[in-house]
Design a protein around this ligand. Structure first.
Ligand code: SF4
Length: 338
């Protein structure tokens, strides 16, 4: 199929054929991450504390800072990544509502990322002895499983994600590309700070393939300086600015993989011939922006599932319960000797 084809519906059908009982949308978890991360950013901004705040949803990046910039760990957002948040909610709220013993739930995340396998095994990403996410398989592994299952993927009908946890917004969809987390967060943070619904919800200045993107966003009477970096060489440049005290920005998004998760290490590998003729990163990123454009709801805080989750269970972003289930901490780690 052409690179950048949206195969979400076919993937849900394939997962059901492979034997999964329920299939939910990780993008719902991304919406939840934005609620918590946006709230955390607003708190830090009002207290002028631990700024700039740096995103923490890329485990490759988190491991890098834990090994190389241990004195700057306080800058990382305490938010777990979207699939980890989602796993924690499935084993508490969802299990409670559906009268399921959480110990009998096995959460499998399908990810574009090899580092997510490591992340899911971090001890701190668990609740009452239960891992938030039990198993991670990469998109490449899923493709292999589909082939081994003799499933004619191209012929499959589309299916929808399972209710009641399957609703996601355009903001959740763009998480997978560089700049997407920042843009999704700015949509929610802007509205929360001004109390006004946004007229313009696209933040073009944080989009695109440039390794480091700097943007100043005016929100009400405030000016937020934001930086987006992808690839660890660019992350290192940003960290050197922060370490030396030269950083004058408040919000930083870092993704370890050049291009972001669309080019993650677990994604299908394209031949060098294809890579020379097609801009794979752009095609995949464009697919996400198209999903966003076509979404009826494009802001995480307007997601009905998320609103209900806070009303019925979490109370509000940053609540005690939200901290227990959705936030984590970081540990300085020794560098490997290679
Ligand atoms: S940027 Fe790479 S390491 Fe980070 S979450 Fe995405 S795929 Fe994983």
């Amino acid at each position: 199929m052409p690179i950048g084809t949206n195969v979400t519906g076919k993937m849900v059908t394939a997962l059901k054929k492979l034997g999964f009982n329920k299939v939910f949308d990780t993008n719902t978890g991304a919406d939840l991450t934005i609620m918590e991360e946006g709230n955390e950013f607003i708190e830090r901004l009002s207290e002028n504390k631990n700024l700039p705040m740096i995103t923490s949803c890329s485990p490759g990046w988190v491991k890098y800072i834990e090994m190389n910039y241990t004195e700057n760990l306080k800058h990382l957002s305490s938010c777990k990544s979207p699939h980890e948040m989602y796993g924690a909610i499935l084993k508490t709220y969802y299990a409670e509502k559906n009268n399921i013993n959480p110990n009998s739930i096995c959460v499998v995340s399908v990810m574009p990322c090899v580092a997510k396998k490591y992340e899911a095994n971090r001890e701190e990403l668990s609740n009452q002895g239960m891992k938030d996410v039990d198993i991670v398989i990469t998109t490449r592994e899923l493709a292999r499983m589909i082939k081994q299952g003799n499933i004619e993927f191209v012929e499959l009908e589309d299916s929808s994600f399972d209710e009641p946890m399957g609703e996601a917004t355009g903001a959740g969809a763009i998480f997978g590309t560089t700049g997407g987390v920042m843009e999704a967060a700015l949509r929610t943070v802007s509205e929360k700070l001004t109390g006004n619904s946004l007229e313009k919800i696209e933040f073009e200045t944080v989009r695109g393939e440039e390794g480091i993107k700097r943007a100043t966003v005016t929100i009400g009477e405030k000016e937020i300086k934001a930086v987006v970096a992808h690839g660890l060489a660019n992350a290192q440049k940003i960290m050197e600015e922060i370490k030396s005290g030269k950083a004058d920005y408040q919000f930083v998004e870092i993704m370890a993989c050049p291009g972001g998760c669309v080019m993650g290490g677990g994604q299908p590998i394209k031949s060098s011939k294809t890579r020379m003729t097609v801009d794979v990163r752009k095609k995949r990123a464009d697919a996400l922006y198209t999903i966003d454009e076509k979404s009826v709801i494009r802001k995480s805080h307007e997601n009905g599932v998320i609103k209900k989750l806070y009303d019925e269970f979490l109370e509000k972003p940053g609540s005690h319960k939200a901290h227990e289930l959705l936030h984590t901490h970081y540990i300085a780690k020794e560098k490997y000797n290679i």
